[in-house]
Write a protein that binds this ligand. Sequence first.
Ligand SMILES: [Zn+2]
Length: 184
Amino acid sequence: MPGKTSSSVKPCPICGKPHAYGPAKALQTQSQTPRRIAQTIQGLTTAQLKKRPAPGKWSISEVLHHLADCEIVYGVRTRLMLAERRPSLTPFDQDAWAVNLAYAKGDPKLAFQAFEAARRQNVANLRRISPAAWERTGLHAEYGNLKVIHLIRHLTEHDVSHLAQLAKVKAQIKGSRPAGGAQR
Ligand SMILES: [Zn+2]
């Protein structure tokens, strides 16, 4: 971003991109995500939510299940890091979870509600921790030493990219609606 001092923003140890979020900004952004998702998917039918935009591409419902499960995984990781001494953080294969947990057959409304509730509590937990606690670490098998702030910055960017994906999928499934098949 032009004009932005990027010298203090180091590359994310998870994805390599610089995420310019401090704790307060990250939590503020994260707290707004459920409402933004609700606005994006408002008015879509269950059939539309479960419609894949292309073969092999996640439907909105599958993205919602992914977000709900990420919130659990990241919630467990941050709790471990905050409560224990340098815990091991188990990697998870998001595509294997989507297939083996049959996200495609799931209820998008339930997934959204689960995400929203877990997110609300995770943000509330992180708003209570001391500034020093953001520096606590865990050991990830793939990414090495990760701090709480690293995870939360990365998760904030994850929100932003999935919100953009949801808007794109929505446009794609609406554009592909069969002629004469008015849904509402
Ligand atoms: Zn990242």
